[in-house]
Design a protein around this ligand. Structure first.
Ligand code: ADP
Ligand code: MG
Length: 611
């Protein structure tokens, strides 16, 4: 079978997506490949299709148990013989899988990296016909990345022991140049064919909010999105517990996940979410790598994460099925301070590093934290900011982020900039430096206790911006910092300082403009949505969902493994009545058509007739 046939027969998709064809072709030509594609782009198919075409076995190294189980379930549903080996198997199950694998029962075998150097597994591997080794989430091999896993270093030793070197393919969503170079080096990829597809996820909308009361904001959102499935990420276990309890008290179907729970409960909660028994998952970042639940409609960050890599990866778990989905970050200054604290007090696990290397890593962390803080405070297009960070050159307006959608007006802040810089200058004359809020209060002319006790009400710049709101003054300060006209220190209590460019403001008086919100920033987050889900018959959609759930329950798999929401929507659109027509539905391949075709077309016929 050629690759297109495999795609259609097993996976039920009609065409390859960007990048998939090229990667598959190169693997089939025997060349190593490195695929850098955003979450949800369809990396799995890039090795699953060749696995079905090549003789012999494809070994997939993957970091998370949940991911393997999910993928193997999904493959089984599509009629592909696959299995996994990880610590969740009993000794008996483990040897059964090895036995079956030796008897060529599988085309694809997922394996946890920790297993690669175990004796039994090596024994098996030395005699098996391993044609392709795939490293999923390949950035885990890089110490410069944000998810380094020492066990990933075993992969290369393992490959070297094999009698014949297999083709090696590596995939990740993390794209910085350093990590990319590191993957090639650490996995010893041989002149890999490398592809980086665009990082944009059109169907995701991005929003940053700075609410006074985060929980109130959250509650408003989940109330407005009642039946939708979503993830709420929190920075600590404690916050997870609080948010989860509070939502539960309000009657929502929520569950939680963090490293403080025992394995059993983590597993149970994760499944509740995957199987839609709980619609909302409240979790720390321990949750999610490798979760490919396709119908996640929103990802809310209750706290700002440590860097944009983590943010984009976590937010990217929304809308994998291509339907429109929302990514919302609830920002507060406290989040920045917590992250700073974590960086400065992190217990470096890797003892092989020298003091200097450790300091370098810390410095990179600080830099990354600064970049995500700018993301939260910028008034420019959020998508542009994200994509630029990942090395692209996007347009400066996307129309689908909170900044593009809020009414902004371009304001000339030439004079304001001079006032702000002068104020920092006057403070410096007194050999002092203060944080953003205090400086804004001075400019506004506040006479609170702190200002008076520090004598700041006697500064000549006190009150010179009395006609601008403190919020807007702060936004202007952010803008000046972002454009290097002022500097903000990186420590636990960041303060404003003059930068190299500060005197330019006073001396050259350059014209400066920036975008400021027309209304107060407390405006509701409701905004126009990009229409991606065209109107499908709600009634039919609901009936199809019910039918899907029946099958899913019987097979004990999550509903989306039987069919994704996107497939059901496509059925509503196409109203297939025969097997042939059913096969044209996105996500329906030969196996699924055989298995479910009759039931679904019967239901559609029944619903299609005038009631
Ligand atoms: P990634 O690993 O890149 O995050 P996945 O491999 O999990 O993404 O795929 C994400 C979703 O995209 C899955 O639901 C998958 O079925 C779907 N998908 C992948 N390739 C195609 C394609 N060519 N056409 C339609 N859907 C696809
Ligand atoms: Mg993946």
């Amino acid at each position: 079978m050629d690759k297109l046939n495999v795609l259609r027969t097993y996976f039920g998709h009609s065409n390859f997506r960007v990048g998939q064809s090229e990667l598959i072709d190169n693997i089939l030509l025997g060349r190593d490949v490195l695929g850098i594609m955003p979450t949800g782009a369809g990396k799995s198919l890039c090795y699953q299709v060749p696995a079905l075409i090549l003789d012999g076995l494809t070994l997939v190294v993957s970091p998370l148990i949940s991911l393997m189980k999910d993928q193997v379930n999904a493959l089984a549903q599509s009629g592909v013989k696959a299995a996994y080996i990880n610590s969740s198997l009993s000794a008996k199950e483990y040897f059964t899988v090895l036995q079956n694998a030796s008897n060529n029962q599988y085309k694809i075998l997922y394996v946890a990296p920790e297993r690669l150097d175990s004796k039994d597994f090596l024994e098996f591997a030395l005699t098996a016909e391993i044609k392709l080794v795939t490293v999923d989430e390949a950035h885990c091999v890089s110490q410069w990345g944000q998810d380094f896993r020492p066990s990933y270093l075993k992969i290369v030793d393992f490959i070297q022991q094999l009698p014949e070197r297999p083709i090696v393919s590596a995939f990740t969503a993390t794209a910085t140049t350093e990590v990319k170079k590191d993957i090639i080096k650490m996995l010893q990829l041989a002149k890999p064919y490398t592809i980086t597809t665009g990082f944009d996820r059109e169907n995701l909308s991005f929003t940053v909010l700075k609410p006074q009361d985060k929980f109130k904001q959250l509650l408003q959102f989940v109330r407005e999105n009642k039946d939708k499935s979503g993830i709420i990420y929190c920075s600590t276990r404690k916050v997870v517990e609080q948010v989860c309890d509070s939502l539960q008290a309000q009657g929502f179907l929520v569950t939680r996940y963090h490293a403080g729970l025992d394995d059993y409960e983590r597993q149970k909660n994760q499944e509740a979410f995957l199987y839609d028994r709980s619609t909302i998952m409240v979790a720390t970042n321990a949750f999610g790598m490798g979760i490919d639940k396709s119908n996640v409609s929103f990802v809310i960050h209750y706290n700002m994460p440590k860097d944009l890599e983590s943010y984009y990866q976590e937010a990217g778990r929304a809308g994998r099925d291509g339907e429109s989905a929302e990514c919302i970050l609830l920002y507060s200054g406290q989040d920045v301070r917590l992250n700073q604290f974590l960086i400065e007090n992190s217990q470096e696990v890797n003892e092989d590093l020298t003091e200097a290397e450790r300091e370098l890593l810390k410095e990179k962390d600080r830099q990354r934290l600064k970049e995500i803080t700018f993301y939260c405070t910028t008034s420019k297009c959020l998508r542009e900011y994200l994509l630029r960070y990942f090395g692209e050159k996007p347009p400066n307006y996307c129309g689908n982020c909170s900044n593009c959608n809020t009414q902004f007006q371009t304001v000339d802040i030439t004079i304001e900039a001079q006032k702000i810089v002068s104020c920092v200058y006057r403070i410096k004359e007194r050999n002092r430096s203060y944080g953003k809020t205090l400086v804004a209060e001075v400019l506004y002319g506040s006479k609170n206790k702190r200002i008076r006790s520090l004598g700041l009400d006697t500064l000549s710049t006190h009150g010179i911006m009395a006609d601008t709101s403190i919020t807007n003054i702060r936004t202007m300060i952010d803008f000046l910092v972002e454009n290097d006209y002022l500097e903000q220190t990186n420590d636990q209590f960041p303060v404003l300082k003059l930068s190299q460019r500060s005197q330019k403001i006073i001396r050259d008086k350059p014209t400066l403009t920036m975008k400021l919100p027309k209304e107060t920033p407390t405006a509701s987050i409701k905004k126009e949505k990009v229409v991606l889900n065209d109107n499908v018959d709600d009634h039919l959609f609901t009936r199809l969902k019910e039918l899907r759930n029946k099958f899913a329950t019987a097979a004990r798999v999550p509903a989306y493994i039987v069919f994704t929401d996107a497939s059901l929507r496509d059925m509503c659109r196409k109203m297939p009545q025969t097997r042939e027509e059913f096969l044209t539905v996105s996500g329906v391949g030969a196996i699924k058509a055989d298995r479910y075709g009759d039931a679904f077309t019967a239901l559609i016929r029944e619903e299609g007739n005038p009631r």
